[in-house]
Design a protein around this ligand. Structure first.
Ligand code: ATP
Length: 395
């Protein structure tokens, strides 16, 4: 009996052990089936992974292909970049040169602008000068025209003068057979050397023209105060006429005098107008008729020039000395007094020539003649004073 219980116990133990093993196996089987499922799942996953792997492989090879394409592109781009860089450097160089050239051009443009400004200024100056010269030209043209007119007049006077000289020379030839036909200059010289005394009633050639006259009486033979304003116009001309019937005679006016108290243009110098000639003949008198030059008294001219003071001396010409003076009129008119140095016949001729010629010429470039004086053996001409007169030919 004891043996049977131990065997049962060992069997029980064995059974229990087997049951435990069975349980363990069950567990293992459960675990196995779980593992199998897991394996199936893993297989599925694996095949999915494979597929995915294949896809990835494809993608990878695509990516490699793309990478190599990108590398190609990159290389091409790098090459391009290098070219571009070279070009950039080249262009940078060009730009630097262009900037330098631009700066140079700007500097040159500024210089050119300065030059242009200077040229413009010069051009303006030149234009102004041209305008001035044009005006001067016009003035000169006018002056020339006036001088042409004066010249024509002068020629006419010359012709007249030649005829007069010729006539006088012819008359004198009757008394002096040695008066041959000469040049005009020589004729003039001979006539000028011909003394005035030779022109007398006793002379063969001049007696026809000269009537012996008694010395001038101290008292006038006829004197009468006449107010001629009732008979003559404000502006009138004066002249002489004489008649001796049918015979022809040369009448010589030795002196005439005219006093006008009111000057027509209101230019009263406080001295009154007196024109008197005591040296020349009728021709000279006729040339002065109608002019408005004044006879000045020596006293007035002496006072005006401060007794011909050396400090008033303006200059010295061929005939005499010129002094500055001031007239005692309201405007304190400034004058230039030319005092003829010699008092011989030649000087008188010069005096009369200047008086007659200047009196006939009226031009803005010629200094105006105010009047004259012949007193105490002095011959004087009175001119308008020219403050800036430095030329020797202002008359
Ligand atoms: N009206 C004037 N106003 C200012 N100065 C004058 C005037 N007239 C003459 N003068 C001055 O006196 C100087 C002498 O003048 P004047 O007329 O006597 O001689 P000229 O003209 O030089 O020569 P010529 O005797 O041959 O006429 C001139 O050079 C000038 O300086």
């Amino acid at each position: 009996m004891a043996g049977t219980s131990s065997e049962s116990e060992s069997l029980l133990l064995r059974i229990r052990q087997l049951e435990r093993e069975r349980d363990d196996l069950h567990k293992d089987i459960e675990q196995l089936s779980g593992l199998e499922q897991e394996i199936e799942t893993l297989k599925g996953e694996l095949s999915a992974y494979k597929t995915e792997n294949e896809n990835l492989q494809e993608e990878l090879s695509e990516a490699y292909r793309m990478k190599s394409q990108m590398a190609d592109l990159h290389r091409a781009e790098v090459t391009k970049n290098l070219d571009a860089e070279r070009q950039l450097k080249f262009f940078q160089g060009c730009i630097a040169v262009a900037f330098a050239e631009r700066d140079q051009s700007i500097m040159e443009a500024e210089k050119a602008k300065e030059k242009e400004d200077i040229m413009f200024q010069k051009f303006n100056d030149m234009e102004k000068r041209m305008e001035g010269l044009n005006l001067e030209c016009i003035e000169q043209k006018k002056l020339l025209d006036q001088l042409q007119i004066d010249l024509t007049k002068q020629r006419e006077y010359n012709e007249m003068f030649q005829k007069v000289v010729g006539k006088f020379y012819q008359i004198r030839q009757q008394s002096f057979p040695d008066f041959e036909d000469e040049s005009l200059d020589n004729k003039c010289l001979r006539l000028l050397e011909d003394s005035g005394d030779a022109w007398s009633y006793n002379d063969k050639s001049t007696f026809k023209y000269i009537v012996p006259i008694k010395p001038r009486p101290v008292d006038p033979i006829l004197t009468c105060n006449l107010d001629i304003s009732k008979f003559v116009a404000q502006r009138s001309y004066f002249g002489f006429s004489a008649s001796t019937g049918t015979s022809i005679e040369l009448k010589s006016v030795l002196r005439w005098n005219l006093a006008v108290e009111v000057l027509p243009d209101g230019k009263g110098l406080g001295i009154g107008l007196t024109v008197a000639l005591c040296i020349g003949g009728a021709i000279l008198a006729a040339l002065l008729i109608g002019s408005f030059i004044l006879e000045f008294s020596f006293k007035d001219l002496k006072r005006a020039s401060d007794d011909f003071n050396e400090k008033n001396k303006l200059g010295h010409g061929g005939f005499g000395v010129v002094y500055r003076g001031v007239l005692p009129d309201e405007e304190r008119t400034e004058i230039a007094v030319k005092r003829f140095l010699r008092n011989d016949m030649k000087s008188k001729d010069d005096f009369l020539a200047e008086l007659v010629i200047i009196n006939q010429l009226c031009h803005k470039h010629l200094v105006g003649l105010y009047g004259w004086c012949h007193e105490n053996g002095s011959l004087l001409l009175v001119y308008e004073y020219m403050p800036s007169c430095a030329c020797s030919n202002c008359h």
